[in-house]
Design a protein around this ligand. Structure first.
Ligand SMILES: *[C@@H]1O[C@H](CO)[C@@H](O)[C@H](O)[C@H]1NC(C)=O
Ligand SMILES: *[C@H]1O[C@@H](CO)[C@H](O)[C@@H](O)[C@@H]1NC(C)=O
Length: 577
């Protein structure tokens, strides 16, 4: 009798554990795929303009997430993106489509892919574009099929003479890749742009995981239609969880020009980037691709897990690059989500933007990337305020007046007059974000904090700090770039994290730190030291809106600093969808 009860209890506990683990695996973990059933078809009649951006990529209304299949084709830039045509929350996902000749002014077209076939009836999820020989573009995307299995499909332009490639055909032979028995059917998505190997085979990688090991599963094909799984993944790493939106491409060892995804040789390194579903941030490594073995080996200069390098140390995810053959550069698109509440998004009638398109290239030391807004952004610069040679002592600040600073491009060069007063770096401060949380804009220091207060109300009740701090360390001084959003709004229910990254500069040698910050309605994007460290934040002020937003320069460090020059431009609005 007793034994039976024990057994029953054991079975019951096992069942609870089993059901719970199913839930955790398929519900909670996949954060971007949360379904708000009741909010799926609430299309707003009026879209609130309060926190909308002026020069960032945004549709007129509704939900946006991952950038998809960006490409440059016959003089036109294409951007597809994950979009919910029926509401401002995730769901009903289609590939929306916009075109541009300058990456700045965008014209919307009909969605390119919508769920219509058994192989994508539950969603047309993320993917990439590849331009095949004969100048023929193809889209490779993840479809969620009628059994909720993630499969990979192809789509081709219906009419190659149509300059905008409005209509896309999904052949009936789809899906072209299905998960085999070794792959979890709900952990298999986001095919990359293909690259062409020395053996005349195309290759793509697809994000996945096995237990806690994240992996980039590789497939090869002669014709881009029939695909065979490689024996081993291109790369994998333990304890990194699901790899979403992998991206893999060559970078030149010298100079800032980009190269086609199929390039290979002595003059190049490779970059592998993954978006980690576990942290909702993305990480990249620089390394070597051994094409005979089809293995990617990261250089030992940065970790290939959650402690690794990031394109952006803020709110930036599911990114994807493409090679722009028009201007020989590699361009990065990334999604920046809202950090107000779901209710706020429904009330606003929209959710999600794309961060400003950025060019990227390998730093001269070959250990990290440099990332910088595409030059076309500068065409939007309007009214200018220029300030030169202004000293800031401990506790001093000044206002930058004369432009509407809620939509601006700001470039500053700070001269650090000495490091005598710098605080000693504590080696336990491994995580810059934690350090920035402890030492925000108002926490006084030695060298720094100094920088900008943006989207600030006149009484400073609302403000977002963009700041540097410099610390002394035995081998090399440590420079921190930080976004302090803790006071960004008086409104409740908003996620206001501090974001930060270390900046690889030799401050003792240069004596200077440069900063560029783009401000646009509810987004702040900073590029430290010429793009060595980037941070994107979303903020929702209640007072510091439109013409009531102020911009200040401050120094809360004991060491005096000098603003050698500051240029702030009010930005003109482009045509945005
Ligand atoms: C293809 O597009 C071109 C250019 O827009 C157009 O002139 C032509 O009629 C289209 N062909 C078909 C079959 O729709
Ligand atoms: C963006 O929103 C915040 C606040 O809701 C979440 O914490 C992040 O996980 C989310 N980011 C992504 C990439 O989904």
């Amino acid at each position: 009798m007793m034994e039976n009860r024990k057994l029953a209890l054991f079975l019951f506990n096992f069942l609870v554990w089993f059901l719970f683990s199913l839930l955790v695996r398929d519900g909670v973990v996949e954060a971007s795929h949360v379904v708000y059933e009741e909010l799926q078809s609430i299309s707003p009649s009026i879209v609130s303009s309060k926190h909308r951006t002026g020069f960032h990529f945004q549709p007129q209304r509704n939900w946006l997430n991952d950038p998809n299949g960006p490409m440059y084709y016959n003089g036109i830039y294409h951007l597809f993106y994950q979009y919910n045509p029926k509401g401002a929350v995730w769901g009903n996902i289609v590939w929306a489509h916009s075109v541009s000749t300058d990456l700045i002014n965008w014209t919307p077209l009909e969605p390119a892919l919508t769920p219509t076939k058994p192989f994508d009836i539950n969603g047309c999820w993320s993917g990439s574009a590849t331009i095949l020989p004969g100048n023929k573009p193809v889209i490779f995307y993840t479809g969620v099929d009628s059994n909720n299995i993630q499969v990979q499909n192809l789509a081709f332009p219906k009419n190659l003479s149509d300059p905008y490639l409005i209509e896309w055909i999904k052949p009936d032979y789809n899906p072209v890749i299905i998960p085999d028995e070794s792959i979890e059917p709900s952990k298999f998505r986001d095919p990359t742009t293909g690259w062409f190997g020395h053996d005349n085979h195309w290759r793509v990688i697809i994000g996945s995981r096995h237990n806690h090991r994240g992996m980039a599963i590789m497939y090869r094909s002669k014709d881009f239609v029939h695909w065979i799984k490689a024996k081993h993944p291109l790369h994998s790493a333990s304890n990194t969880g699901m790899w979403e939106c992998p991206d893999f491409y060559p970078v030149s060892l010298h100079g800032n020009t980009g190269v086609d995804t199929s390039q290979y040789g002595d003059g190049f390194k490779h970059v592998l980037k993954n978006s980690l579903d576990v942290t909702r941030y993305e990480y990249y490594t620089v390394g070597t691709y051994y094409r005979e073995k089809d293995r990617y080996v990261p250089d030992m200069t940065s970790a290939d897990d959650q402690s690794g390098l990031r394109y952006d140390y803020g709110n930036f995810y599911a990114s994807k690059t493409f090679y722009d053959s028009g201007k020989n550069r590699r361009i990065l698109w990334g999604w920046s989500n809202e950090t107000d509440s779901v209710q706020d998004d429904v009330a606003k009638g929209w959710s999600g933007i794309q961060a400003i398109p950025r060019a990227l290239w390998l730093d001269e030391k070959g250990q990290q990337l440099v990332i910088w807004p595409v030059e076309e952004v500068e065409n939007l610069r309007g009214k200018l305020v220029h300030i030169k040679n202004k000293e800031l002592k401990y506790g001093e600040m000044f206002e930058v007046q004369g432009i509407m600073s809620s939509q601006a491009d700001v470039e500053v060069s700070f001269e650090v007059t000495g490091l005598e007063k710098a605080e000693i770096y504590d080696p336990t401060w491994e995580d810059p974000q934690v350090l920035c949380g402890e030492k925000g804009a108002s926490v006084k220091g030695g060298v720094g904090p100094f920088g900008l207060l943006v989207m600030a109300s006149s009484g400073l009740q609302e403000q977002t700090g963009v700041l540097f701090r410099v610390f002394k360390a035995p081998n090399k001084d440590v420079v921190l770039l930080c976004h302090d959003a803790t006071k960004s709004t008086l409104k409740g229910g908003v996620f206001k994290p501090n974001f930060a990254g270390y900046v690889d500069v030799d401050i003792r040698k240069t004596g200077k730190l440069s900063l560029r910050t783009l401000i646009d309605g509810s987004v702040i994007e900073s590029f430290g030291a010429g793009g060595r460290t980037c941070i994107t934040s979303r903020v929702y002020p209640t007072l510091a809106v439109g013409n009531n937003a102020h911009l200040y320069v401050f120094n809360n460090g004991q060491q005096k600093i000098k603003v050698s020059h500051l240029k702030a431009w009010e930005m003109v609005r482009p045509t945005m969808n």
